[in-house]
Design a protein around this ligand. Structure first.
Ligand SMILES: NC(=O)c1ccc[n+]([C@@H]2O[C@H](COP(=O)([O-])OP(=O)(O)OC[C@H]3O[C@@H](n4cnc5c(N)ncnc54)[C@H](O)[C@@H]3O)[C@@H](O)[C@H]2O)c1
Length: 372
C-alpha cells in the first residue's frame, strides 16, 4: 500500500493540462502515493446538477491531501441554461466547488507564498518574498446572501440599524445583501497560523490587513483578535494596515513586508497583487489547509481559450505540489523541487508563452523533472 492517498481533481480547461505536468514532477520525486481521480467541474454541473458531486466529497474524506486544477464558473442565469434539459427548472443553484470544499472541510487557511525566483523576466522586482495568510471560510465569502431581499430581513434591519434607512425605501427586488461574517475564533486561528509560520521560519514581521477604520464591527473584531494573538509571539514584529493603503505600499516598497494576514476578501485581493509581482497567474500557487485535509492548487482559473493546448505555464501548479510535499512532511523532496524550479527559471532556456517563450506546459514540466 502506498504511504499517501492523494485525491486528483483536474477539473476544467487548463486544470487538466497543468495537473498532467504536476504528475511528471511527482513521479520524478518518487512520492510514495496513490492518486485517486475525482469528478469535479462544469461537466458535472451540466450532467448531474452538481459541480462537486457527493462521491467527490466522500473521496476527500478518505485522502491525506488533494491536488486541484481549476474549474469553470459562470453567472447564475448562464449556469441554469446549461443544465441538462431534465434538470432545468428544478431550482438547482450553482455554487463554486472550491468554496464548498473550503467550508465543508474547514480548510480555514489559504496560504499563498509569493516569491520572485531570480531571473524570472516577469518579476516586478528581484528579491520579493511575501507570504499571504488569507482566512478561507468566513467574511464576505460566508455564502449568506439575499437577492431579492426577504421582507423580514429588511424589516429587522430597519429596526436595528439607522444607516439602513435609505435602503428601506428601495423595492426588495432592486437590491441585494451579502453578509460579511467574521468570528473571533476564526480570526484568531488564521492570525495564529501566520504568527506560528513567522516564528518557525524566522520571518521578521506579520502585517494585519483590514479596513477597521470604516468596517468597524467585523474588521474591528479581526484586528482586536489579531492584537491578542500577537502578544503570544513577542519575538515577531507586528504592524497593521488598511487594505487600500496596503495595495499602494506593497507596490511602492514590497521589501517592507514579509508575512501578511487578512480576512477572506482582502486576502483574495492582496494575494493576487502579490502573485502579479512575482510573475502573475503562471506563478501563483495556493494551499487550502485545515486540520485534517489540505487541497493544493494554482490560483488561476480554467482559461478556456487555452484548454487542451498545453500552452500555459505549469510552474504555479508545480509550486503547489511543492507546498503539498511540505504539508505531508516530505521536506527534502519539497526543497529539491523548489530548487529545480528555481534553476529552470534562472537558466531561462525553457519558457512558456507568458514568459515570452515558446515551450509547452509539458516541456516546462520535463525541464523541472530533469533538474531533480
Ligand atoms: N480556482 C479556480 O478554479 C478559478 C480561479 C479563477 C477563475 N476561475 C474560473 O476560470 C474561468 C476563466 O476565468 P478567467 O479567464 O477570468 O481567469 P483564468 O485564470 O482562467 O485566466 C485568465 C488568463 O490568464 C492567463 N493564464 C491563466 N493561467 C495561466 C497559466 N498557468 N500560464 C499562463 N497564463 C495563464 C491566460 O491568458 C488566461 O486567459 C472562469 O470560469 C472563472 O470563473 C476558476
Amino acid at each position: 500500500m502506498a504511504k499517501y492517498r492523494i485525491a486528483w481533481l483536474p477539473g476544467d480547461g487548463i486544470g487538466v493540462d497543468v495537473l498532467e505536468a504536476a504528475r511528471v514532477v511527482l513521479d520524478k520525486v518518487q512520492l510514495d502515493a496513490e492518486y485517486l481521480a475525482g469528478d469535479i467541474g462544469w461537466e458535472y454541473w451540466c450532467k448531474e446538477g452538481d459541480a462537486f458531486p457527493p462521491r467527490t466529497e466522500e473521496l476527500l474524506k478518505s485522502v491525506d491531501a488533494a491536488m486541484f486544477g481549476a474549474i469553470t464558473s459562470k453567472p447564475a442565469k448562464t449556469a441554469a441554461a446549461e443544465l441538462a434539459p431534465a434538470l432545468q427548472g428544478k431550482g438547482l443553484t450553482y455554487r463554486s466547488p472550491i468554496v464548498r470544499m473550503r467550508q465543508l472541510f474547514d480548510l480555514y487557511i489559504c496560504l499563498r507564498p509569493c516569491k520572485a525566483y531570480p531571473g524570472n523576466p516577469l518579476n516586478f522586482k528581484e528579491g520579493i518574498d511575501l507570504v499571504v495568510y488569507r482566512e478561507n471560510t468566513e467574511d464576505l465569502y460566508a455564502g449568506v446572501e439575499f437577492a431579492p431581499v426577504p421582507k423580514e430581513l429588511a424589516d429587522t434591519l430597519s429596526k436595528l440599524a439607522k444607516p439602513f434607512a435609505p435602503f428601506a425605501k428601495v423595492p426588495l427586488d432592486q437590491y441585494a445583501i451579502s453578509c460579511k461574517i467574521n468570528t473571533w475564533a476564526g480570526s484568531e486561528r488564521i492570525v495564529r497560523a501566520a504568527f506560528e509560520f513567522a516564528r518557525q521560519q524566522k520571518r521578521k514581521k506579520v502585517t494585519i490587513v483590514h479596513k477597521a477604520n470604516v468596517v468597524r464591527a467585523t474588521d474591528g473584531l479581526f484586528l482586536e483578535a489579531a492584537k491578542a494573538v500577537a502578544k503570544e509571539f513577542p519575538e515577531v514584529r507586528m504592524d497593521d494596515a488598511n487594505i487600500d493603503a496596503m495595495t499602494m505600499w506593497l507596490l511602492k516598497n514590497p521589501f517592507n513586508y514579509d508575512v501578511l494576514v487578512a480576512p477572506n476578501l482582502y486576502g483574495d485581493i492582496i494575494s493576487d497583487l502579490c502573485a502579479q509581482m512575482v510573475g502573475g497567474l503562471g506563478f501563483g500557487c495556493s494551499g487550502n489547509i485545515g486540520e485534517k485535509l489540505a487541497v493544493f492548487e494554482p490560483t488561476h482559473g480554467s482559461a478556456p481559450k487555452y484548454a487542451g493546448q498545453y500552452k500555459v505555464n505549469p510552474i504555479a501548479t508545480i509550486l503547489a505540489v511543492k507546498m503539498m510535499l511540505d504539508w505531508l512532511g516530505e521536506s527534502q523532496k519539497a526543497v529539491a523541487l523548489e530548487s529545480a524550479v528555481a534553476e529552470v527559471i534562472k537558466e531561462g532556456k525553457v519558457r512558456t508563452y507568458d514568459m515570452a517563450g515558446t515551450s509547452t506546459t509539458l516541456h516546462m514540466a520535463d525541464a523541472v523533472a530533469r533538474k531533480l
